[in-house]
Design a protein around this ligand. Structure first.
Ligand SMILES: Nc1ncnc2c1ncn2[C@@H]1O[C@H](COP(=O)(O)OP(=O)(O)OP(=O)(O)O)[C@@H](O)[C@H]1O
Length: 229
């Protein structure tokens, strides 16, 4: 589903590469934690997967497409198949819960009939039924993240990329968000989550890929956050 083949990324202003000859593959339906110290290249991996950045060297395939050969006008099509969730939620502050989720479908031209069917269904899935008319600032952090997850998932993407989705949440709330991501993964959506959240990684026992200075230093199935040294 995601294939990085000898990928390096050197940002123009940097002298050390953010990714350094990274080769890794994520299969359809997998759940993968990306871990590693700050600056190890996790967010860069996610941005390259979305074609928000281009690699300096190497090849990337996502959902069957060679990103190097994918013309710019086809990039929105690729991104429709990839949901994204971030640490800071990124909701539209002047839109209600319903409108935030509906907007994701409106911008890709889905008919009102489908929006009125799919938005309530996904809000129920994430446990927000009854809160459709609230604005983001009338929700807790955990609820705001549930809206962001609903928005990412409403179009049933092949892949969900999450960049520290529990970074602003307390431990109990984080567990709730992880249960949701696990549920989404069980529907067949491939999930890649960059995180510093040790207790979450240790609880979930999913595949763990560790980066250091842009290199893969560990790839462990049913892994933990870090080896005890
Ligand atoms: N747009 C950019 N321009 C220049 N350098 C960048 C840019 N984005 C990231 N970098 C550099 O690339 C390296 C990898 O950064 P990246 O954000 O991918 O790491 P990360 O593992 O996600 O870190 P964190 O855990 O702090 O989010 C760092 O040295 C960072 O300073």
């Amino acid at each position: 589903m995601i294939l990085f083949d000898n990928v390096s990324k050197l940002y123009p202003t940097q002298n050390q590469p953010a990714l350094d000859s990274l080769t890794m593959e994520v299969e359809k339906g997998e759940f993968v934690f990306l871990v590693g110290p700050s600056g190890s290249g996790k967010s860069t991996f996610l941005r390259l997967t979305l074609k928000e950045e281009r690699p300096t060297a190497g090849r990337i395939r996502v959902a069957g497409k060679d990103l190097h050969r994918l013309s710019n006008w086809k990039v929105p099509h690729l991104r429709r198949r990839i949901g994204t969730v971030f640490q800071d939620f990124r909701l539209l502050p002047n839109k209600t819960v319903f409108e935030n989720v509906a907007f994701a479908l409106q911008v890709i031209g889905k008919p009102r009939r489908q929006i009125n069917r799919d938005v309530p269904a996904v809000l129920e899935l994430v446990g927000l039924d009854g809160k459709e008319d609230r604005l983001p600032d009338q929700l807790s952090g955990g609820e705001q993240q549930r809206v962001a997850v609903a928005r990412a998932f409403v179009n049933r993407p092949l892949i969900l990329l999450a960049d520290e989705p529990t970074g602003n949440l307390d431990p109990g709330t984080s567990v709730g968000i992880m249960k949701l991501l696990d549920r989404i993964n069980r529907t067949g959506t491939t999930v890649v989550m960059a995180t510093h959240d040790q207790s979450i990684v240790d609880q979930m026992r999913k595949r763990v890929i560790e980066l250091e200075h842009g290199k893969l230093v560990r790839d462990q199935s049913r892994g933990v956050y870090g080896y005890t040294r």
